[in-house]
Structures are given as structure tokens and as C-alpha cells.
Write a protein that binds this ligand. Structure first.
Ligand code: GDG
Length: 465
């Protein structure tokens, strides 16, 4: 079997991958099985950072990492990746910073990552590149002469053609993607949007799952990412930290319904809209007052980016307003925490919550929705309320599907969930679990790897000119 090289912005963790979640475990397992190399940014910036990878051997696999200069970090990571591609691909043109300097920095850093990796590659390696930080990376490698199979997986949505067209460099970005052999997206809808762009904007030709354009052929497929379903269900049911958290949440809850939201603090997750829907619930259904309790965990992320700081202020205001308006001496309607909970405790929190509220405005997949279901007690499962704009909604139609912009609709869904019969909850849970088991993270990884192997068995390679 050829060696696997995984490229992602952040590398690891390897030692205790389980603490970081299913994706890290799935990648580490595959890397171990194939004596692999995991390559990416070290997480450090250094004024004197040079084109050099530090290599560390870690239990049957190697890690290779590169430092960035503060300017590279600002332009490539904070700038183009997080202030331009991230909002644009999530349909937030209003928040997108179209700065040429960011774009140039992004191209330079993608080229740097390729330049540093190239001498470390072996002729029979298979390379798997992850996410929007590395759209231009494959073509940089090809231009240096790399002929290995290279696959790319996009964890975030691929936007509609007219949204992408707002990016001044959209054509170059898409052209660069044709250096890859396989382009993996989260959903069929993402594939469709990519195909639509290529056919209508770049005059490519679609043929089944193949797309021909710019003198190259790529295979386009949906690989919906999963979680370690069995492993997470087992933690939720049996782990002692999970149990402790479960007891902590349920103690003193009485007949009150616990609602939970867990997100990275990000404007794509629709937390403000969710708070408004909760307020609507308390306003329009007075019987819910004192009868529900909503816990929102939103660990801070990307605090160096202005839009994230502004969102945080908005949420502080909204949560204060809800508690000020509806709270009482013995009841806090909304508990809003900006600190993360350890993964095992999180499993217990999900299990203790009768309603999981997952209402992103746009999301590639959304793993919280899957974790919430996997953590439930099969005898008395809770109800998942899920946004139709999360990639997960296509695989999870038995959730209560909502439009996150419709606060009345979300408030009604909360009422439906509160009063749902045990039989209906079980039926929905069983249907959801069946698919979560069949489509778990190991299946996702193996599916991608075998598609890449099949596609690249016979092909000719060239850079996109
Ligand atoms: C991107 C795409 C796609 C969150 N808070 C805590 C915590 N988390 C964990 C969750 C979950 C993960 O973080 C978040 O995953 P999501 O899928 O919900 O969202 P993104 O971070 O935006 O991920 C997304 C994903 O990539 C994979 O392809 O699904 O669409 O945007 O695992 O549990 N974990 C702990 N404490 C917290 O407080 N331990």
C-alpha cells in the first residue's frame, strides 16, 4: 500500500486524538496503517520563519509542520481564508473582505507549503488535501512536477455560482482545483453547484461524476462526513465523565426540558437567530416559562477577526436581554457559556438534554447534530431540531427540520419537540441511528481513499496551465 500524506491547516493531535474527535481519529488510523505523513501549519508564527518543515515521528506516523511569518499568518489565514473564503462560501458576501493583499498572501503561502512538501514526497505517495485553506495547493505541487494521486475534500459548503462570482479571483481558484484528481464535497448539492459553475462559467463538460475543463478531468463526488458513531454512543452511555456531566445537568432539573446548543462561536452557526427564536418561544407560549432551560455552549474562535468580536458583543446583548426580561430569582432561561467542555462531558450533556437545537444559517455538514443523536438513550431519546441549511439535513430527514431564519417556525418546532410522544421519538431516533452507523467517519475516509485509488489507477498528469 502506498504511503498516505494528509495535508491540513492544523496537524494532529496524534497522541490523544480521541479528545479532538472522530475526524482526528479517522485520519490518525489511516496514517498509522500506511506509515503516513501529516503535514500542515505548526500553529506558530515567527518573524524569521523559513521554508523548512520540522519533522517529528509519532507512533507509526510522521508529522511535518511549517511556521508562518506574522504577515503570512495575517494575509493567508486571518485574511483570505477566514475573512474572505469562509464568509463567501457561507453566503455572507456582506462580511467578505475582498482584499488583493490577502489573495496574494494566500497564493504565496499555498506555494510555500507545496515547495516545502515537495522534496519530502515519494513517487508512490497518495496525497489527501483538506479544506478551503488549500484550494491552490494541488496546482502548486503539480507545477513543481508532482505526479502522485492528489485528492481534495472541502469541509465547508461550495457556494452557488453567482455568489462565488463575487470573488475577484473566482476563475483562478476554480481552475486551480482541476489539478486535483478527486474533488470531494459534503453533499450532492455542493457537487451540483460546483458542476453548475464549471459548465456555465468556464464552459466545462460534465459526464456523470467526471468534469472536463482546462485540459484536465476531475472526479466530483459527495462524501458526507460522519462521526465515530459507536465510539461516541459508548462514551455517552458508559464513560464516567459523561455520567458525571449527565448527573450535573439533570440534578435539580425536575420536569423542566433541557435544550442544548453546542457550536464554535461563529456567525454561520445562527446563534443570534436561535436566541431570538427562543425569546419568541417564551413570548408566544407562556406555558414554557420555567418549564424549559436552554444551555448554549459557544467556545470562542477566531477572536482576531473583527466580525467575530462584533458577533460576540451582539450575543452578549441578546442573552442579557432574554434573561433580564424573562428570568426570575429561581429560574435562568438561558445559560450562555463561552468556554469549551471536554469531549466526554459533552457526550453526557447531550444525553441529558431532551432537545438538541442545531440551527446554522449555512454549514458544510455539522457534526454536532450527529453527535447529539448518537449520545441519546435509545430507551428515551431526545429530539433533534436541525436547520435545513446544514449539510447534515440531507442525511437526517427524521430530525425536526427548520428554517433558522423563521423564528416562529423554530419556536413551534421547540413546542413540537417538547410534546413529542415516546414512540415517535424512538422511531425517529432509530432511523437516524441506522444511517449514522452505516455512514460513519471510517466509512467516509475509506470511501474517499478508494475513490482516489480507483480514479488514479490510469491517468495522465499535468499542471493546469
Ligand atoms: C467544519 C464545517 C463540518 C464544539 N464545541 C465544543 C466541541 N465542539 C466540537 C463538536 C464538533 C466540532 O467541534 C464542530 O464540528 P461542526 O461540524 O459542528 O463544525 P465546524 O467546526 O464548523 O467544522 C462543518 C466539519 O468541518 C467536518 O467536516 O461538519 O460543516 O464547518 O465535533 O463536538 N468539542 C468540545 N467542547 C466544546 O465545547 N470538546
Amino acid at each position: 500500500m502506498s504511503r498516505l500524506v494528509v495535508v491540513s491547516n492544523r496537524v494532529g493531535p496524534v497522541k490523544d486524538a480521541a479528545r479532538a474527535g472522530g475526524l482526528a481519529v479517522a485520519l490518525v488510523d489511516a496514517l498509522r496503517a500506511r506509515g503516513g505523513l501529516w503535514y500542515g501549519w505548526s500553529g506558530k508564527t515567527d518573524k524569521r520563519a523559513v521554508d523548512y518543515a520540522s519533522i517529528e515521528d509519532a507512533e507509526s506516523l510522521s508529522l511535518a509542520t511549517v511556521d508562518l511569518t506574522p504577515e503570512e499568518y495575517e494575509d493567508y489565514y486571518n485574511g483570505f481564508a477566514n475573512r474572505c473564503l469562509w464568509p463567501l462560501f457561507h453566503y455572507r458576501i456582506d462580511l467578505t473582505a475582498f482584499d488583493r493583499r490577502y489573495y496574494e498572501g494566500y497564493r504565496r503561502v499555498n506555494a510555500k507549503f507545496a515547495r516545502v512538501l515537495y522534496p519530502l514526497l515519494r513517487a508512490d505517495d497518495t496525497i489527501w488535501v483538506h479544506d478551503y485553506h488549500f484550494l491552490a495547493f494541488g496546482n502548486e505541487l503539480r507545477q513543481m512536477g508532482a505526479e502522485q494521486p492528489i485528492g481534495f475534500f472541502l469541509h465547508i459548503p461550495f457556494p452557488a455560482r453567482e455568489v462565488l462570482a463575487a470573488l475577484p479571483h473566482h476563475d483562478a481558484m476554480v481552475r486551480g482545483l482541476f489539478a486535483y484528481d478527486v474533488l470531494g464535497f459534503q453533499t450532492e448539492q455542493d457537487c451540483e453547484r460546483f458542476r453548475d459553475y464549471v459548465v456555465r462559467e468556464a464552459h466545462g463538460i460534465a459526464n456523470g461524476d467526471k468534469l472536463h475543463c482546462f485540459g484536465r478531468t476531475v472526479t466530483i463526488r459527495a462524501f458526507p462526513i460522519g462521526i465515530d458513531t459507536e465510539g461516541f454512543a459508548d462514551i455517552a452511555a458508559n464513560d464516567k465523565d459523561a455520567r458525571r456531566q449527565f448527573d450535573k445537568v439533570t440534578k435539580g432539573l425536575g420536569d423542566r426540558t433541557q435544550i442544548v446548543g453546542v457550536d464554535r462561536l461563529d456567525y454561520t452557526k445562527g446563534i443570534a437567530e436561535r436566541f431570538q427564536a427562543y425569546e419568541r418561544l417564551l413570548q408566544e407560549y407562556p406555558d414554557t416559562r420555567r418549564e424549559v432551560s436552554y444551555l448554549q455552549i459557544a467556545a470562542a474562535s477566531r477572536g482576531e477577526v473583527l466580525e467575530y468580536r462584533q458577533m460576540r458583543e451582539e450575543l452578549d446583548g441578546l442573552s442579557g436581554h432574554i434573561n433580564g426580561t424573562f428570568g426570575d430569582f429561581d429560574w435562568t432561561p438561558l445559560r450562555y457559556l463561552n468556554k469549551p467542555l471536554p469531549r466526554r462531558a459533552l457526550a453526557g450533556l447531550y444525553r441529558a438534554s431532551k432537545i438538541g437545537l442545531v440551527t446554522p444559517l449555512r454549514d458544510g455538514m455539522n457534526l454536532v447534530a450527529k453527535e447529539y443523536v448518537a449520545a441519546q438513550d435509545p430507551e428515551d431519546p431526545g429530539v433533534l431540531i436541525l436547520s435545513r441549511f446544514a449539510g447534515a439535513s440531507y442525511q437526517m430527514p427524521e430530525a425536526v427540520i427548520v428554517n433558522p431564519y423563521d423564528s416562529k417556525g423554530v419556536a413551534d418546532a421547540l413546542q413540537i419537540a417538547r410534546y413529542m410522544s415516546l414512540q415517535e421519538r424512538r422511531e425517529r431516533f432509530e432511523a437516524l441511528m441506522k444511517r449514522l452507523r452505516a455512514e460513519d467517519v471510517a466509512q467516509w475516509r475509506d470511501d474517499f481513499m478508494s475513490t482516489l485509488a480507483t480514479v488514479t489507477r490510469r491517468r495522465t498528469i499535468s499542471a493546469v496551465s
